[in-house]
Design a protein around this ligand. Structure first.
Ligand code: AMP
Ligand code: MN
Ligand code: MN
Ligand code: MN
Length: 286
């Protein structure tokens, strides 16, 4: 079992717990090294780091950057970043800036599909209004009785090509990796299995092209053990990591007690042969 959890969310983005609550939960579940990786925002890091110190845990500054690559939305996690590095801070501000207008368009689209009041409703769930996103809409739609859970809201309304989906242009891949690397962080391609499943997913050829470009841009690691991967996908992406000489990362992608694929920590070990991403920052100490 791994006692590293290098991917999770707080109410600074679309998690349901405050940063200190996320840290307390991780500590209670045996996590020794934690990264908080909110979407496109680093405002939770100070609170999380202070809480991690109280729990005697090692804390890693993280972020999960939303990226548009070809017709796909990808997520790139930065680990060990410096949130004060101006190109990163300004880059993330730019990525966040489109969210308000996108939310209005989503509400209009949902209204056309017969569901009103969703803009106000979604904002009630957004701990940080700058980071309004689909998960906040999903929580409101559940509360208003349109679906039984968040997963069903995505399947019916918010996933790509569904009535409430609004296409959006996020950061470019070389920019996201450049901001992370420039700030001293390690760039990790998050949950690659998600890009290969569902509608409009990419095939193996496109995944090869993506990983080639990711490495060319300075990407260093692949999330192999993810809360959204099956055990078969751990093995599949361990092979991709070996092929592309990438380090391997692990994280629950926890968003909250009631709606995550898995709870924090207690992640299964990497498949044999994986080089853990923490080699990138622990090697100097060994
Ligand atoms: P956004 O950045 O606003 O497009 O929202 C993306 C977030 O929505 C992801 O980080 C997940 O938290 C959530 N999400 C995306 N797809 C699903 C899904 N199929 N089921 C549940 N949550 C999802
Ligand atoms: Mn999320
Ligand atoms: Mn993600
Ligand atoms: Mn995530």
């Amino acid at each position: 079992m791994l006692d590293y959890d290098l991917h999770c969310h707080s109410s600074i983005s679309d998690g349901t717990l405050a940063p200190a609550e996320v840290v307390a939960r991780a500590a209670g579940r045996g996590v020794k090294v934690l990264a908080l990786t909110d979407h496109d925002d680093t405002d939770g890091l100070d609170e999380a780091r202070a809480a991690a110190m109280r729990h005697g845990m090692t804390f890693i500054n993280g972020v999960e950057v939303s990226v548009s690559w070809r017709s796909h939305t990808l997520h790139v996690v930065g680990l060990g970043i410096d949130p004060a590095y101006p190109p990163l801070a300004e880059g993330l501000r730019g990525v966040r800036s489109g969210r308000g207008e996108r939310a209005r368009k989503m509400a209009d689209a949902l209204a056309k599909a017969g569901i009103g009041g969703t803009l106000q409703g979604a904002y009630q769930y957004a701990g940080n209004p700058n980071m309004i996103g689909r998960a906040h809409f999903a929580r409101y739609l559940v509360e208003a009785g349109h679906c039984k859970d968040v997963k069903s809201v995505f399947n019916r309304y918010l996933a790509r090509d569904k009535p409430g989906y609004v296409p959006h242009k996020w950061a470019a891949l070389p920019d996201a990796i450049g901001w992370i690397r420039g700030s001293g962080g390690v760039a990790v391609l998050a949950h690659p299995g998600r890009y290969m499943s569902g509608r409009s997913s990419m095939g193996k050829k496109t995944m090869h092209e993506l990983l080639t470009e990711f490495v060319e841009c300075g990407g260093q690691a692949l999330e192999v053990v993810s809360g959204s991967h099956t055990p078969e996908q751990y093995a599949e992406f361990a092979r991709y990591a070996a092929e592309f000489n990438l380090l391997c990362s692990c994280g629950s992608d926890f968003h909250g007690p009631d709606e995550s694929y898995r709870d924090m920590g207690r992640l299964p070990d990497f498949p044999l042969g994986c080089r853990p991403v923490w080699e990138a920052w622990e090697k100097n100490k060994m």
